[in-house]
Design a protein around this ligand. Sequence first.
Ligand SMILES: Nc1ncnc2c1ncn2[C@@H]1O[C@H](COP(=O)(O)OP(=O)(O)OP(=O)(O)O)[C@@H](O)[C@H]1O
Ligand SMILES: [Mg+2]
Length: 252
Amino acid sequence: MYSLGIDIGSRNTKIVIWDTQNKEIALEGYRSTEVKVIQAVEKLLEAAAQSLDLSRISRSCATGYGRKLYRAADKVLSEITCHAAGCHQLFPDCRTIVDIGGQDSKIIVLEAGGAVKDFVMNDKCAAGTGRFLEMTALKLDCELEELSLLAANATQKLNLNSTCVVFAESEIIGLLAEANPAEDIAKAVFESIAKRIYAQMAGLEIMPPAVFTGGVAKSPELKKYLAQLMQIELAVPFEPEITGALGAAILA
Ligand SMILES: Nc1ncnc2c1ncn2[C@@H]1O[C@H](COP(=O)(O)OP(=O)(O)OP(=O)(O)O)[C@@H](O)[C@H]1O
Ligand SMILES: [Mg+2]
């Protein structure tokens, strides 16, 4: 039998179909979250039906920002609970999780057995989230995926002083107008996000091993700066976006 986990994030909707007997992922998928959140889930399930017999799904659980909008789910759980369960499955020794998505960032500390010990979440400010990277890529006229490569080739240190994405955008426009290279600007943006996330974890008892999840974990440069500040190695799952959906499927 299978269980279904659905993570309706502010940017992407992710599903994981979990094989409850073999305790392994049978299928995973993601696509952009649509205005009508149900549509993204339905399209993902339609695609899943091509390769799996969905009548074998016995239960489902929804999580993420839009979790309450998907009424067909048997269960609804918080993102904190689901990311913890998903990361614990992939990295059984994991004690710290940093999840940075399109619109929020969370740091979760786990007990040795995987239970949630403590967490902080920022969903009020975009400066430490994927939104900041999206805005930067737009201003630097490059793809999101190219930002890390650019930053790795930076030659001089720039400081971004704005603590708000709206002001940072004006600051980036100013830096470009002064002919600063895109490489140095990209590096300054990553450093600024890493500093924000590090400041966010100030009250937590951070410990290794640590896992970095969410779409933003696909930036190797951010991972590098964050690991330097935390003085802890960060492991990134093969598909860093799906840990919440995986946890939801396991807990369904
Ligand atoms: N290669 C990449 N490099 C850097 N950032 C990336 C990359 N690919 C995706 N992202 C970022 O990941 C974000 C989406 O991640 P994710 O799917 O985890 O977010 P979400 O769960 O929808 O959002 P939230 O958890 O905040 O509600 C995008 O906003 C984008 O900024
Ligand atoms: Mg998310």
